[in-house]
Design a protein around this ligand. Structure first.
Ligand SMILES: *Cc1c(COP(=O)(O)O)cnc(C)c1O
Length: 536
């Protein structure tokens, strides 16, 4: 199938390929899954490299006290979806050989993915490296990154894959660079020369516009764990500085890198402008895999405004039924439903809409506004858990107009992005790299109501295909000005249109689909990765 397109090995910590294969945490994994599926569908040779997380990410449920609580059950079913290749590679961790079994996964839209698994009895205390996604810091995290990066390259060699491009999706995979360099040095090449050569085949995507969110490790810890991989301290420092920044290393190991929306590219260029020897940072805006995220009934009726409206009404009823079944709340399908689902963390401000209770509560009381929330806090993020607890409290106060769906996952995302009228997003600009759930909602006929951040800067035509609020302001008093801007647009534009001007609402639904369907598809995104990053 190659027809001269470069064969890309795509490295990522997590993959959201299917509702039943829970080896993802959130946006990064869903994006990786969508890229693999779209690449397969449109004949681009991309092979994924990842880890076999048999405990997946945290299963986060709400306890008696209304707070999120983390559970880590083993997901046996993930093994049933994968095939054992019979191949094993090993990496050195703290000077001990750790064996990694290689699984192949190709049943979900035929996307091809190899998953490394340390869960073998002979690994003894290193058996648990690939247990739980993002369950470790420092030493455990470094071990996981050795498995992904160094183990990943070894797996590629073992399987005999002919790889032209190594794509490190986020900094987690950059240790693959040390292995690619080591291979060349073993054949007699000098470090600098080897680095220059491997660079020609590496591309890098950065996702994190918050400096502290970019992972770094001390050189001492990396050395202790075996992450130097036969390079010297000086050489490691040249790649990633000291402490060793995974992002800086990604930028220096690659020939080109990208941010995941236009604005995010700008933010990243600004953020890393002092890094010497980095690759140019371009922007490739994320997109979503339509067969996964757009309801077939919408695809079949895309040109017919009335039918879009009818299908959407059905999907809204399906969401109402799903909420009833999983949560017990009874929403009214005739009234406005607003959806908000993303990681529960301070900068995404999930509680923003509740900030002035004298303003918002009357609408919740009468049910003219109904809110469906979902999202997990990182297991160690107490502040994020407070945010969830707050929403749960609000849901107790307004049981049939505020709902919190626990353990956010692809199934919940499917119901929500198909069924809501409005998709709300209010991160503190410019901290949302792209966001993709709003694209899913838009393609299903939902209307975005969002801050001008991430993809919405490119997608928004205010009052035509959705609404923006806040005008992109990011200075002092941002929280307060965004709150009033949200209320203004919600009460003066969204509500009057929904309840008083159905024809205009229908026009907007159609526009929402028409302006997102091609432009924010994973197909478009993969084409751009090939044109602007992979092809030489
Ligand atoms: C789409 C999706 C995401 C990504 O959402 P953002 O808009 O990027 O926050 C995260 N989790 C799940 C389950 C999704 O389906």
């Amino acid at each position: 199938m190659n027809n001269n397109k470069p064969h890309t090995a795509y490295f990522c910590m997590e993959y959201g390929l299917d509702e039943n294969m829970r080896i993802y945490a959130g946006g990064l994994g869903i994006l990786a899954g969508d890229i693999l599926k779209a690449a397969k569908e449109f004949s681009y040779p991309v092979t994924g490299i990842g880890l076999m997380w048999h405990k997946g990410y945290s299963k986060q449920v709400i306890n008696e006290d209304g707070r999120p609580e983390d559970h880590h059950p083993v997901n046996k079913e993930i093994y049933e979806h994968a095939k054992d290749t019979g191949e094993i590679v090993s990496v050195k961790i703290k000077n001990q050989d750790v064996k990694l079994k290689i699984w192949k996964l190709d049943k979900f839209n035929n996307a091809t993915l190899y998953l490394l698994d340390s869960n073998l009895p002979e690994n003894r205390k290193y058996q648990n490296i690939t247990d739980g996604l993002y369950d470790g810091f420092n030493e455990k995290r470094i071990s996981q990154e050795i498995v992904l990066g160094i183990g990943g390259v070894k797996a590629i060699r073992k399987l005999g894959l002919n790889i032209d491009i190594y794509h490190f999706n986020e900094g987690h995979a950059v240790l693959a660079g040390t292995e690619l360099i080591r291979e060349k040095m073993k054949n007699g090449m000098k470090f600098k020369e080897a680095w220059t050569e491997v660079k020609d085949n590496i591309v890098f995507t950065t996702h994190t516009p918050v400096k502290e969110g970019n992972e770094a490790h001390s050189l001492d810890s990396l050395k202790k764990m075996g992450a130097f991989n036969s390079l010297s301290r000086k050489q490691m420092k040249e790649l990633g500085d000291s402490p060793f920044s995974m992002t800086v290393a990604g930028l220096r190991l690659s020939r080109i890198s990208n941010g995941v929306a236009k604005l995010h590219g700008q933010t990243s260029r600004e953020m890393w402008k002092n890094v010497k020897g980095k690759s140019p940072i371009i922007s490739i805006t994320n997109g979503v895999h339509r067969k996964t995220w757009v309801d077939q009934r919408i695809i079949n009726n895309m040109d017919d405004q009335e039918k879009i409206y009818d299908v959407h009404k059905k999907m809204k009823q399906e969401l109402v039924d799903f909420v009833k079944k999983t949560n017990g709340a009874q929403l009214d399908p005739e009234k406005l439903i607003i959806g908000f689902a993303r990681r529960a963390t301070a900068y995404k401000r999930p509680n923003l809409i509740f900030k002035k209770s004298d303003v918002i509560d009357p609408y919740l009381e009468c049910g003219e506004i109904q809110l469906v929330f979902s999202g997990k806090a990182h297991p160690t993020d107490d502040n994020g858990k407070d945010i969830v607890a707050n929403i749960v409290k609000k849901a107790k106060q307004f049981p049939n107009s505020v709902v919190f769906l626990e353990d956010y996952n692809m199934e919940i995302a499917r119901y929500m992005t198909r069924g809501v009228d409005i998709w709300l997003n209010n991160p503190r600009k410019p901290l949302e790299a792209s966001g993709t759930s709003g694209m899913k909602a838009a393609m299903n006929g939902g209307l975005n109501l969002s801050i001008l951040d991430g993809w919405w800067v490119e997608g928004c035509e205010h009052g035509i295909n959705g609404w923006q609020f806040g005008d992109g302001y990011a200075g002092e008093g941002q929280d307060e000005s965004d709150l009033y801007a949200l209320y203004r647009v919600l009460f003066n534009e969204v509500i009057p249109t929904f309840y008083g001007n159905k024809d205009r609402w229908k026009d907007m639904m159609k526009e929402s689909i028409d302006t997102s369907y091609e432009r924010f598809s994973a197909k478009r995104m993969v084409e751009r990765y090939y044109d602007e990053m992979y092809n030489k």
